[in-house]
Design a protein around this ligand. Structure first.
Ligand SMILES: *Cc1c(COP(=O)(O)O)cnc(C)c1O
Length: 233
C-alpha cells in the first residue's frame, strides 16, 4: 500500500512538473512519517524513499537507529533550543528555524560536533496566529543575522500553508514564498543560498510544485491518516 501510494504521489509530482515546465529532478519528495511505525518507514524505504520527515525530536532519535544509515532525515517540526543537541549531525536539514537564538544554538552545537548544518527559515506567509515562523517582512533581517554564524548554512525557506479544502486557495501563499526567496537571493548575502523551497503537503503539493517547490512534505498521501490516540484526560 505504502509503495503504491508513493508511486501515485511521484506520478502527480511529475505531472505538476510537466504543467509548470520544470524538471522532476528539481523536486524532492519527503515522506512525512511522524506517528507511523518503523515497519511502514521500511516499506517506503524498500519502495525507494530516502528522505523522511519527522516533527518530534524524541520520535526522530528513536527511529534513526532502526533505519538504514543512508536515510536523509529532515526535522520539519518546531524545535526547542534545549533539544538541538540531540539532532545536530544526525539530520540532513532543519526546516523550521524561526529565531536567531535557535540558529545560534544550532551553530554552537555544530561547531562542537565539527559538522555543518543546513537550515531553512520557516516563514508564516499567511500570518496565521497559531503557526510558528517569522513574518515575511522579517525574513531577510533574520537571514542576515544568521549568515555570519559558523557551521550553519541557510539554504532556503519553508512554509506551512493554511489547511484549506481547495488547494487553489494556497497558490498565492506559495507564490509569496517563492518571491520572498528570489528577493533574498538578490541580496547576495554571504554564506546564504536560496535553492530550497520547502512547501506543499498532501492537500496541496501539486500546486506547490507548480509554484516552484523543491521539497514537498507528504505524510497522509503516503502513509494514510494519522491516529494521535484518544486525548489524555
Ligand atoms: C505533518 C506535516 C506534514 C505532512 O502533512 P500531511 O497533510 O499528512 O501530508 C508536512 N509538513 C509538516 C511541517 C508537518 O508537520
Amino acid at each position: 500500500m505504502t509503495g503504491e501510494n508513493l508511486r501515485y504521489v511521484e506520478g502527480e509530482i511529475k505531472r505538476a512538473c510537466e504543467r509548470a515546465g520544470r524538471d522532476v529532478s528539481e523536486v524532492t519528495l519527503i515522506a512525512v512519517s511522524k506517528t507511523k511505525p518503523v515497519e511502514m518507514l521500511r516499506e517506503a524505504y524498500e519502495a525507494g524513499t530516502r528522505d523522511f520527515g519527522e516533527n518530534k525530536v524524541q520520535e526522530l532519535i528513536d527511529k534513526i537507529p532502526q533505519m538504514p544509515p543512508d536515510v536523509r532525515w529532515h526535522m520539519i517540526g518546531h524545535l526547542q533550543r534545549n533539544k538541538v543537541k540531540y539532532i545536530v549531525g544526525r539530520v540532513c536539514m532543519i526546516h523550521s528555524v524561526d529565531s536567531l537564538r535557535l540558529a545560534e544554538e544550532i551553530s554552537r552545537e555544530s561547531v562542537k560536533r565539527k559538522v555543518e548544518t543546513d537550515i531553512l527559515i520557516e516563514v508564516n506567509v499567511a500570518g496565521e496566529e497559531s503557526k510558528y515562523g517569522v513574518a515575511p517582512g522579517d525574513a531577510l533581517d533574520l537571514v542576515r543575522r544568521i549568515a555570519p554564524l559558523p557551521a550553519v548554512h541557510v539554504r532556503g525557506l519553508m512554509t506551512i500553508a493554511p489547511f484549506v479544502e481547495n488547494p487553489e486557495e494556497n497558490r498565492e501563499v506559495f507564490q509569496k514564498l517563492k518571491h520572498l526567496a528570489v528577493d533574498i537571493m538578490r541580496e547576495n548575502v554571504d554564506n546564504v543560498t536560496m535553492n530550497v523551497l520547502s512547501m506543499g503537503m498532501t492537500g496541496d503539493y501539486r500546486t506547490a510544485v507548480e509554484e516552484g517547490a523543491t521539497c514537498v512534505r507528504v505524510g497522509t498521501g503516503i502513509f494514510g491518516g494519522r491516529d494521535y490516540g484518544s486525548p489524555q484526560p
